[in-house]
Design a protein around this ligand. Sequence first.
Ligand code: F0G
Length: 459
Amino acid sequence: MNVFQRCINPQCRSTFDVGEILHRCPTCGALLDVEYDWDKLPTPKKLADFEKYWSERSNPQRFSGVWRFHELLPFAPLDQCVTVGEGQTILQRSNGVAEYVGAAAGSLYLQYEGMNPSGSFKDNGMAAGTTHGRLVGATQAACASTGNTSASLALYCAASKSMKSVVFVGSGKIAYGKLSQALDYGARTVQIQGDFDDAMARVQEVSKKTGIYLLNSLNPFRLEGQKTIMFRVLEALRWEVPDWIVVPGGNLGNSSSFGKAFIELKKLGLIDRVPRLAVINAAGADTLDRLYNDEGLRWNGGNVDNAKIDAFYAQMDAENRRASTIASAIEINRPVNLTKCLRALDFCDGVVRKVSEQEIVDAKASVGANGFGCEPASAASVAGAKKLVAEGVIGRDERVVCILTGHQLKDPNATVAYHGADPAFFESVLGKRGVATAPLANRPVVVGNDIDAILDVLR
Ligand code: F0G
């Protein structure tokens, strides 16, 4: 058996067949990894070996920005891998955003995952997750979501005809761009009177009771797909390793998968050094920041202090503290991949920061003004990079890659509230969250239906 699932807890390390449908280790309850017996698999000798697939773009799996790296996530036969053309994303240097962040010209890059079919990085994981679901014969798949996972699941199920989708969302909690996708792609959409964490708890119960295949990032196969974001970053840098990867942190699937990617690349001798990882919380959803920076929680060789986490959550509930942020995609109290993220931070000499609502919306405006555009949660990466440069943690000349996780059109309310000319709308969307000003606003000009007046304002 060259591919298997394995518990990440060093005290347990139980292994399971790749064909089993599991979300946590049945023995100890810890998270699971997909692991490979690399010695028995045809692994590349160097990363540049992947370039040979660039000329095979007529093969849908090689066109895919996920499956052209199949040798690094070989849990299913290539011709059975689901693809709808994900991963045609770009890494682009942005001197405008570098200036905003306080970094030297030429040193800041944006990895634009909003270019994916459903408009977010989730499609990388969904290509892998639906592949596994189909392999094990699932006919229905479900997820809880702050919006993007549900959009992605709905699209993959509809486009690949692999299974039917059921999505659980917190009522009134997700941006309309995302809700519209789930509905349009035909997902059975269940709006729960609660938030993401409630939806996450319920979907796990539903999946246990009904056998519906779970496609949240608890699913280790999904995270295999998300590793490829890092492979494409390296590819775009001609296989050079950047100094920093900066990523927003919500349910912590992305950061976990990035860490696993670098652990494996290093083990396989495909990279000789590892970038540092910065995971950025919104201040209104700061579980990781508090646990990591205030409570000193660490991976600790896999012996994570679970009692500390339990006490933290008990206190959170006692105080009735609930996540609340304009970055609704990362409005999460209990990130399910917390321990895997700690492993990634440990391996990548990571740091964690939180950024305010004001910092998020200003960073978002800077990204937009420089021709990319992203949703609020994505801008946390840029706001975090700015903070870390100001602190001197990121050097001005270091090569930094900020991951833009979701497309600009996902949440138009946040954008229009920021740039628009309606103070009441600003107040209802941003002001109530503590955003005081919009220094980078590009205000629309209100003018009468009169040619002279119009020419006047254009002068
Ligand atoms: N950015 C965006 C745009 C997201 O949609 C998410 C997560 C994140 C960042 C955080 O990523 O969970 O891997 O740390 N959205 C999930 C969802 C939770 O349901 O769509 P993470």
